[in-house]
Design a protein. Structure first.
Length: 255
């Protein structure tokens, strides 16, 4: 569960985020591993309506679509400010989600997600094990497949945010699928207490991309050793005989 409210100066004041805000404008920039230059804003800039990425040969014409702040259940946990932006790039129009943690009057960049399709509002949820909180930045690719371009960051007990490896879950999902079944498009990820869940239609091998006839599935993911892994799945098959099947990653092969 997470709570989202839109940023405003009054909200930030109520949260105490503007206390001691520096007067210097955005003097420093952070560059993360995906090459997007993101300004390191002060609290006043973060609560405003400006697009907080720099014009460059990679991104230009930025437009702010939405902004907000996330906080844990009952106000517990980190305070995460975010912006959803749209900009032009050499590859076309790109949507970006950028997230910062606001802590003790200071702002630090957590990370970002860039997608050539669309993006949705971030979600914050309690994690499990060494990951105290999980931040999901949802994004999908363009084209008919709308493949996943999500980014996930985990806050550990030492107070550091770390990017989660998003490669392992794809092969896990392929291993879990029932014989003759496929997932031909991206899946819709959501954050919940303890992990990430998703749902998808199921395609039979002979189905066209537009029209799945195999049924539906729900997937439960966990973060382990810095990777997103498939933890379990429920398949609701409509092919004869129609049936429901559960899968657990501890099983050596699909049931």
């Amino acid at each position: 569960m997470n709570n989202t409210v839109y940023l405003s100066s009054s909200l930030l004041l109520a949260l105490g985020l503007l206390a001691g805000a520096p007067t210097a404008q955005n003097a420093e920039a952070d560059t993360n591993e995906r090459g997007v230059i993101v300004e390191s804003p002060n609290q006043t800039a973060l609560s405003g309506a400006q697009c907080l990425i720099r014009e460059s040969n990679q991104y230009s014409g930025c437009r702010l679509l939405a902004s907000g702040v996330l906080y844990g259940v009952n106000g517990d946990g980190p305070v995460v400010a975010w912006q959803q932006m749209r900009a032009s790039s050499p590859l076309g129009i790109t949507q970006l989600l950028v997230a910062w943690e606001v802590r003790d009057g200071a702002i630090r960049l957590i990370g970002h997600m860039a997608a050539d399709g669309w993006s949705e509002a971030p979600a914050l949820a309690p994690g499990n094990g060494d990951n105290e909180w999980l931040l999901l930045l949802p994004g999908r690719g363009g084209g008919t497949g709308h493949f996943n371009m999500d980014a996930i960051f985990a806050l550990s007990a030492d107070g550091d945010w770390r990017a989660i490896d998003m490669e392992q879950w794809v092969s896990d999902l392929q291993r879990a699928l029932q014989p003759g079944m496929e997932v031909a498009k991206g899946i819709e990820m959501h954050a919940f207490s303890g992990g990430i869940w998703a749902r998808s239609a199921l395609w039979r091998s002979e189905d066209t991309n537009c029209c799945p006839t195999g049924g539906a599935a729900e997937f439960q993911f966990a973060v382990e050793n810095g990777r997103l892994v498939l933890d379990g799945a429920q398949f609701h098959l409509t092919v004869s005989p129609a049936r429901n099947i559960s899968w657990d990653r501890r099983q050596p092969s699909p049931p």
